[in-house]
Design a protein. Structure first.
Ligand code: NAD
Ligand code: ZN
Ligand code: ZN
Length: 346
């Protein structure tokens, strides 16, 4: 089968021909129907050898949708032919966090060598992929896999982040979204659907701001050196109740902490350059600001998101590419010229 693999540190990923995998005991083989690409892939492919920990060659793709093609021995909770999406942050299933559905915070994954598909285990940018357990599948019924697959990460990550802050997002409050790309454009819509808050989006080009307004942002502001001032004109002295930073570079982290109001949440989702940090201290930032760094989301939250999709709550913007064009899709992602999510359709 064809697969897109990252094979050499610093090089672009390449299309290779590899054997089609067979499901072992407890595993499920999916025929991939859609796979989203994420800025995190670009980040890991930018890492030098000493900081790269995902194995080589790596079949990319941690947002996966597929049709169940074959079942390994002992799998009886799903049937061949079912259309599913994949819950990506695999855990052991047994520890306390996993028992809560929060496999994203599995306390034993590292020790057991359990890695998410596309971030250690073979991913979804291929004709077929192995899912380690039927527990990690969510049936999607008649939803379109192409517009549904981004929910597994570009949807799940902001959904988890926003749910934590719902009590703060009352009428009259402001939620600030920094970066209106793959994750940010879903965040804007989730904020509008789930809360009465005013939604203020930031990005670096007029096109992106226009896009942010078109999917529901009440305000869209350029993320430049005047951004904090512009944001404060809109929030007033109360500041923002929630800042979601989908970029995570020093200028956006500084913006996030400077516009956050008393008792607010500053939620850092963007990995940035992997080295930037939010500065908080007694005379730095508003009182009772909570800064957090959530990672992905919980299993039950993906099930909830798929329900929201069935309700027609979300309008996921996608640009489609064939597997043979996935290198081009990564170039567009790195250049910041995509609108919404790039989805590979093998
Ligand atoms: P993306 O490239 O689709 O979106 C990023 C957006 O930010 C783009 O629209 C870009 O124009 C904009 N941007 C760039 N610099 C900016 C700036 N200075 N100010 C405002 N906007 C700016 O990326 P994505 O796939 O949505 O991922 C976003 C980030 O989230 C990445 O860093 C990714 O690694 C990270 N991520 C984290 C998690 C997690 O669990 N914490 C999960 C998925 C992705
Ligand atoms: Zn991702
Ligand atoms: Zn666990």
């Amino acid at each position: 089968m064809e697969a897109l693999q990252y094979t050499r540190i610093g090089a672009e990923p390449e299309l290779v021909d590899i054997p089609t995998p067979e499901p072992g005991p407890g595993q499920v083989l999916l025929r991939v129907t859609a796979a989203g690409i994420c800025h995190s892939d670009t980040f890991i492919m930018s890492l030098p050898t000493e900081r790269y920990k995902y194995g080589l060659p790596l079949t990319l793709g941690h947002e996966a949708a597929g049709e169940v093609a074959a079942l390994g021995a002992g799998v009886d909770s799903i049937t061949v032919g079912t259309n599913v999406v994949v819950y990506g942050p695999w855990g052991c299933g047994l520890c306390w966090h996993c028992s809560q559905g929060m496999e994203n915070y599995c306390s034993r994954a590292a020790e057991l060598g359990i890695r998410p598909p596309g971030l250690g285990a073979p991913g979804a940018l291929a004709e077929y992929m192995i899912v380690d357990s039927a527990r990690h599948l969510v049936p999607i019924g008649d939803l379109d896999p192409v517009t549904t697959v981004p929910l597994t990460d570009a949807g799940l990550t902001p959904y988890h982040a926003i749910k934590r802050s719902l009590p703060k997002l009352r009428a009259g409050s402001t939620a600030v979204v920094i970066g209106s790309g793959g994750l940010g454009h879903v965040a804007i819509q989730l904020l509008r659907y789930l809360t009465p808050a005013r939604v203020l989006a930031l990005d670096v080009s007029e096109d992106k701001l226009k896009f942010a307004r078109s999917i529901g942002a009440h305000h869209a502001v350029l993320s430049d050196t005047h951004a904090a001032e512009e944001v404060r004109k809109i929030t007033g002295p109360a500041g923002a109740a929630l800042v979601l930073d989908f970029v995570g570079l020093q200028p956006t982290l500084d913006l996030a902490t400077s516009v956050a109001g008393v008792g607010s949440d500053v939620t850092i989702i963007g990995v940035g350059d992997g080295r930037s940090a939010a500065e908080v201290g007694f005379f730095r930032g508003a009182y009772e600001t909570n800064v957090s760094i959530p990672y992905w989301g919980a299993r039950h939250e993906l099930i909830e998101l798929i329900e929201l999709a069935h309700h027609g709550a979300l309008n996921i913007a996608v640009e489609r590419f064939g597997l043979e064009d996935s290198v081009e899709a990564y170039r567009r992602l790195a250049a910041g010229t995509l609108e919404g999510r790039a989805v590979i359709v093998p």
